[in-house]
Design a protein around this ligand. Structure first.
Ligand code: GLU
Length: 483
C-alpha cells in the first residue's frame, strides 16, 4: 500500500491556537496510525502578515505538545523559484494569464453581476489578451495579477468525512493565483507543495472546503496526482458560533502559561470531533495513535468546553507524582511572586501540592489555593473568621481554645490524624463543629474555602500554626482588620 503522507500547514500570521493544534493532531494521528509521514509546512506567502515571531511560536508550541514532524520544516518563502517555474508553465500553456483590470473595473463588474442576481465573479475580460499584448502592457509598467482559467464544469470530490461534495465552477470565475511571478498566492502554492511533497491526504478545517475545487482544478492543470481530502468539523464556542478570537485568547501559549499539561491538551482536542467508539475519555498520545481513524470523525461542529478541558487536565495532574507536580507548579508560584529559587521553598511546595493535588484544575491554580503556605502575613477581613451567626467574642474564645489545645500537642505527634482526634473531641462539645473548626481554618489560610483544618495545620507545622492563630486573636482583640 502507498505510504500515507500528511502535512500541517499553518500560516505564521498569529500565535498557534487550539483549533489549529487539533488539525495538526489529526494529521499526526492519521499518519502515525498508518505508519506514514507527517510534515510541517510554514505557509508564509502573505509577506505582510507573516512574522518570524509567529513561526517561532508555532514551532515551540508543537514541540512542547510533543507533536513531532518528519524531516525538515518546509517554508514556502524558501521555495519561490519552484512556484515561479510552475506559474511560467501555466502562462505558457495558456492556462493562466496576466490580468490588468483595476480595482474600480472589478468593483463595477461585481456590482452589475450582483444587481442582476448573479454570483459575483471575474468575467475573464483579460483572457482575450494575446501573450504579446500581455507582455507589452507589462513592459509599459501596467500593474497586473496572474489569473488561472477556471473551466466551467460540475466538479465533485469524495471527502473522507463528508462523502460526495459538489461544486459548479461556473460560479467561481477565473481566480487570482499570484500577484506576480515572485508572489504566488495560497491556492496555487498549496497545490505545488502538496504535489512536490507527495502528500496523499489533506486533513484540514471545513472552512477550507470552498478552496478545494480551486485546488483540484489547479492540480488538473499542472498534471498533479490527486490528493484525498478530509475536512474536519468546525470547533464551536459555547454560543454555538465558530470558535474565534472574539471568544478570547485561544492560543496554545495562553493555555501553557496557565498550567495546562500538553498531554491533557492533546487528549482534550482529540475528542473534539473524533470519538473512540467507547466511553473512555483519557488517552495518551500513543494510545490515540493506536485508536485513531478518520471514520470516527463527525461532520457536525464540536463544542470547545473549557470545563471539559479542566476535567481532563485535572485527571492528568492527579496522576503526577508529588515531586514532579511540585516542580511543574514551581514556575507558577514564582510568577505569582510567592517563591524564589531556593531549595527550602521546594519542600514547602511539595507540601502545598500534596494538599491540593486533588483540587488543581490547572497548575496556576496552586497560587490562589495555597498562597498561605508562602505568605509571611495573611491578609483578610476579620469577619470571615466568624462561623455563621457567631459573635466576635465567641470567635475569639474559639481561637484561644484552639491555641491552648494545639500548644499542648508535642511536635512529634503533629500530624493530621492526631490533630483531628484532638480537635474533634473538643469540637463535639460545642453546639456545632464549625464554632471551633471554622475560625481555626480561616486563621491558618486567610480563606473562606480551603483544604480542611487538620490537613492544613499538619502541613504548616506547629510553629506557623500557632503563629497564625495568634495573629487572628490579635486582630480580633485590636478590633482591626488584617493588613
Ligand atoms: N495555511 C492554511 C491555514 O493556515 C492551511 C491550508 C491547508 O491546510 O491547505 O489555514
Amino acid at each position: 500500500m502507498e505510504e500515507i503522507r500528511t502535512r500541517f500547514a499553518p500560516s505564521p500570521t498569529g500565535p498557534l491556537h487550539m483549533g489549529s493544534v487539533r488539525t495538526a493532531l489529526f494529521n499526526y494521528l492519521f499518519a502515525r496510525n498508518n505508519g506514514g509521514k507527517f510534515y510541517l509546512r510554514i505557509e508564509d506567502t502573505d509577506k505582510e502578515r507573516s512574522l518570524p515571531k509567529w513561526e517561532k511560536d508555532i514551532l515551540s508550541s508543537l514541540q512542547w505538545l510533543g507533536l513531532s514532524w518528519d524531516e525538515k520544516t518546509v517554508r514556502q518563502s524558501d521555495r519561490i523559484s519552484l512556484y515561479e517555474k510552475q506559474l511560467q508553465l501555466l502562462l505558457e500553456q495558456k492556462k493562466a494569464y496576466h490580468c490588468f483590470c483595476t480595482r474600480e473595473e472589478l468593483d463595477a463588474q461585481h456590482q452589475s453581476l450582483v444587481s442582476n442576481g448573479e454570483a459575483p465573479r471575474y468575467l475573464g475580460t483579460c483572457r482575450a489578451l494575446s501573450q504579446e499584448e500581455q507582455q507589452e502592457k507589462i513592459q509599459r509598467g501596467e500593474k497586473s495579477v496572474i489569473r488561472f482559467i477556471v473551466e466551467e464544469k460540475r466538479l465533485h470530490f469524495h471527502d473522507l468525512i463528508r462523502g460526495k461534495v459538489e461544486f459548479n465552477t461556473a460560479l467561481m470565475g477565473d481566480i487570482v493565483i499570484a500577484k506576480d511571478l515572485q508572489t504566488p498566492l495560497y491556492n496555487f502554492v498549496v497545490v505545488v507543495d502538496d504535489h512536490d511533497m507527495d502528500i496523499t491526504h489533506v486533513v484540514r478545517g471545513e472552512d477550507h472546503i470552498p478552496n478545494t475545487p480551486k485546488q483540484i482544478l489547479i492540480q488538473e492543470a499542472l498534471g498533479c496526482k490527486p490528493v484525498l481530502y478530509a475536512h474536519l468539523p468546525l470547533i464551536l464556542a459555547e454560543d454555538r458560533t465558530k470558535l474565534s478570537k472574539r471568544h478570547g485568547d485561544n492560543s496554545v501559549t495562553r493555555f501553557r502559561k496557565e498550567g495546562y499539561l500538553p498531554e491533557a491538551i492533546l487528549n482534550f482536542l482529540a475528542l473534539l470531533g473524533w470519538n473512540p467508539g467507547t466511553d473512555r475519555e483519557i488517552f495518551s498520545l500513543e494510545e490515540l495513535v493506536k485508536e485513531f481513524s478518520l471514520e470516527r470523525i463527525q461532520k457536525g461542529g464540536a463544542m470547545f468546553n473549557i470545563q471539559r478541558l479542566n476535567w481532563v487536565n485535572s485527571s492528568y495532574i492527579r496522576q503526577m507524582s508529588t515531586p514532579n507536580l511540585a516542580k511543574a507548579c514551581f514556575p507558577h508560584l514564582r510568577e505569582a511572586g510567592l517563591v524564589s529559587d531556593d531549595i527550602q521553598n521546594m519542600e514547602i511546595v511539595e507540601k502545598a501540592v500534596s494538599l491540593y493535588k486533588e483540587r488543581l484544575q490547572k497548575l496556576s491554580d496552586i497560587s490562589d489555593l495555597a498562597d498561605f503556605f508562602f505568605l509571611k502575613k495573611l491578609t483578610y477581613q476579620k469577619e470571615i473568621l466568624f462561623w455563621k451567626e457567631a459573635s466576635q467574642d465567641e470567635t475569639l474564645y474559639s481561637l484561644q481554645k484552639s491555641f491552648e489545645l494545639l500548644s499542648s500537642l508535642p511536635e512529634s505527634s503533629w500530624n493530621e490524624e492526631v490533630l483531628g482526634d484532638l480537635m474533634l473531641k473538643e469540637a463535639e462539645k460545642e453546639k456545632n463543629r464549625g464554632y471551633l473548626l471554622w475560625p481555626l481554618r480561616v486563621a491558618l489560610t486567610g480563606k473562606k474555602a480551603s483544604a480542611g483544618p487538620f490537613e492544613v495545620a499538619s502541613a504548616l507545622g506547629k510553629e506557623l500554626t500557632l503563629q497564625r492563630i495568634q495573629e487572628a486573636v490579635d486582630m480580633l482583640q485590636q478590633g482591626g482588620e488584617g493588613e
